[in-house]
Design a protein around this ligand. Structure first.
Ligand code: AMP
Length: 328
């Protein structure tokens, strides 16, 4: 599938001696795993090439994947190739120095609202960006090499972005490509321990969440975590934000929303929107955001705006339930 664009990407990788890989702000498992996995594939296949990931943003719970590369002077970006992964919109690229590179390649699995790049390979039906990177390797497996380290990075992205292979984007091909990675000998026990063990404070915080989460008339579950609560439970912003998943198993609540007050102190609130059966990205787009059908992000700037968003979500759920069957 899309062999022609993949061939173009491979030929650019071969052409350039220096390659920088870029990704989105607030890196998640998919963009961290995908950037590191792609770097490992290129380095293993073409050891003479210089490949860097330069990003001052990282993720606490993914620290086990290791650090990125150190800063370089601006001149070092000249005459190099930029590969941007998992980032639909140029403004969300965490290191804007990609603009200094000679050519830009976009590889992404988000809806292509804002195309960019000299070459663009976007497949929004893919369960993860990492699935695309493994597919890229698989297409040219006679020329490319993928070692166990790369397999761990890429499997991490596939597992995390697909909700452990549960979300609707997961296809037969997803599982075949994941199987290819497992065949490289990933230590999944250690991986899952790194990803899913939680510390004591977080368990206590979960008890608080279950106590305080609310539900609208038609089945939107939601919670709000202000700065004081984040401090009380000694939570990083990232841990507070992860609370969205604590609402993902409530029967009848086909949409769930986490509102987390941003650390910036300006009163803005990060919104994480999730759903099953119905789509939420159109709602996120109304509030400075966007994303996938069942997983989107947005920002609101007051409690009033937050309540307005909850009201709209409730109306969407009502309409969906009235017009569709089979939801749970
Ligand atoms: P989050 O809940 O922030 O992890 O977002 C869920 C999904 O929506 C991720 O795939 C993000 O890339 C995407 N997303 C989050 N915020 C935005 C935004 N402002 N614009 C476009 N996509 C977004």
């Amino acid at each position: 599938m899309n062999r022609e664009v993949k061939e173009q990407i491979l030929s650019k990788i071969k052409e350039y001696g220096r390659i920088y890989i870029f990704r989105h702000m607030r890196p998640d498992g998919d963009c961290l795993g995908g950037s590191k996995g792609l770097k490992a594939i290129i380095k293993e296949s073409f050891p003479e090439k210089e490949v860097y990931i330069i990003d001052n943003q990282s993720s606490e719970y993914l620290a086990f994947l290791g650090e990125d590369d150190g800063e370089v002077p601006d001149e070092a970006y000249a005459d190099s190739l930029a590969i941007v992964v998992d980032t639909s919109d140029m403004d969300r690229i965490s290191n804007q120095k990609f603009k200094l590179c000679k050519e830009v390649i976009k590889i992404d699995h988000h809806i292509d609202h804002t195309p960019y790049g000299d070459i663009s390979w976007v497949e929004d039906w893919r369960s993860s960006l990492c699935e695309m990177i493994v597919d890229f390797y698989d297409t040219f497996s006679d020329e490319l090499k993928l070692n166990r380290e790369a397999a761990l990075y890429l499997y991490t992205g596939m597992v995390t972005d697909s909700g452990r292979f549960r979300y609707s984007g997961v296809s037969g091909m997803t599982m075949r490509l994941a199987g290819l990675l497992l065949d490289k000998g990933i230590d999944t026990e250690t991986l899952y321990a790194n990803l899913y063990l939680d510390d004591w404070d977080n368990y206590k915080f979960k008890a608080y969440l279950y106590e305080t989460m609310e539900r609208t008339e038609n089945g939107v579950a939601y919670l709000y975590i202000d700065r004081a609560t984040q401090e009380k439970y000694n939570l990083s912003f990232e841990n507070a934000s992860a609370s969205v998943s604590s609402m993902d198993g409530i029967k009848g609540c086909i949409c769930w929303l986490a509102f987390i007050e941003n650390p910036s102190g300006d009163g803005s609130i990060r919104v994480r929107l999730r759903s099953r059966f119905m789509a939420v990205n159109t709602l996120a787009e109304q509030y400075n955001g966007g994303g996938h059908a069942n997983a989107s992000g947005a920002t609101v700037y007051s409690r009033e705006e937050m309540n307005e968003l909850i009201g709209k979500a409730d109306a969407m759920v009502k309409e969906y339930k009235e017009n569709n069957e089979g939801w749970l």
